[in-house]
Write a protein that binds this ligand. Structure first.
Ligand SMILES: [Zn+2]
Length: 239
């Protein structure tokens, strides 16, 4: 096969592998960052839950004291009922007793509600703390494996870059600059195989005369539509 064509095919393979590696390297820190953010959110939620629990506890304490106070007063009013001498005094006391009992009911309702809410909040916090624990453990594992992958990927990248610089130094300048220009303009793909008589980069049919030359593999042919270098896949040549 024509030497330049073979070199261009190899260069495209190296560049494609490098593109994939670089994309992968970029994703790694993002994965860790996402996990860290999830953990932080979960902890933030628990802080909010803790504040609500404390507010409820304070409400329970103040209402419990209030209930005790109201009940004591009610007992005293009831004792006074035996001592009243007029209907007016009697009515005033019973009204006071009813008012107090109503207030006790309200306060007891609030206490019950706050207790139920705290039970729910504590349960949610328990689940959430377990989730945080699991996530933190997983984060450590992910960080370790990412570090390892990153190291391997960096090594592979260095190796590929070395090969690439050797190869590109060996390719004639005019072909190299064409390759770079097309690769930049065509989404990273400058050298493509001919598939079913069409350029596999832009899917336009290649005219018969060009196809013949591509199959001969003795000159460098480019697509009339997208400018990519075209080559015949090996099995086609062997036929
Ligand atoms: Zn094309």
């Amino acid at each position: 096969m024509q030497k330049v064509l073979q070199q261009l095919i190899e260069l495209q393979e190296l560049d494609t592998r490098l593109d994939i590696l670089i994309a992968r390297l970029g994703d790694l820190p993002e994965t860790v960052k996402t996990m860290e953010k999830q953990i932080e959110n979960e902890k933030e939620q628990n802080k909010i839950r803790q504040t609500s629990i404390e507010e409820n506890e304070s409400l329970i304490r103040s209402n419990t004291a209030k209930i005790e106070d109201l009940k004591e007063k009610t007992v005293r009013y009831k004792e006074q009922l035996y001592l009243v001498t007029t209907n007016r005094e009697y009515d005033a006391l019973t009204a006071e007793i009813e008012f107090n009992e109503e207030a006790v009911n309200n306060a007891e309702g609030q206490v019950l509600q706050a207790e139920e809410e705290n039970e729910r909040l504590r349960e949610a916090m328990g689940h959430s703390e377990k989730t945080v624990q699991d996530m933190e453990q997983r984060l450590v594992e992910v960080k370790n494996s990412l570090e390892e992958t990153q190291k391997q990927t960096e090594e592979e990248k260095t190796e590929l870059e070395k090969k690439r610089s050797e190869l590109s130094a060996a390719i004639p300048r005019n072909f190299m600059s064409m390759y770079l220009r097309v690769r930049q303009a065509r989404n990273g793909l400058a050298v493509v195989p001919l598939i079913r008589d069409a350029c596999s980069g832009c899917h336009n049919r290649v005219i018969p005369q060009k196809r013949v030359n591509i199959y001969k593999r003795n000159q460098v042919i480019t697509c009339d539509y997208c400018g990519r270098f075209l080559f015949a896949p090996l099995e086609k040549v062997e036929e």
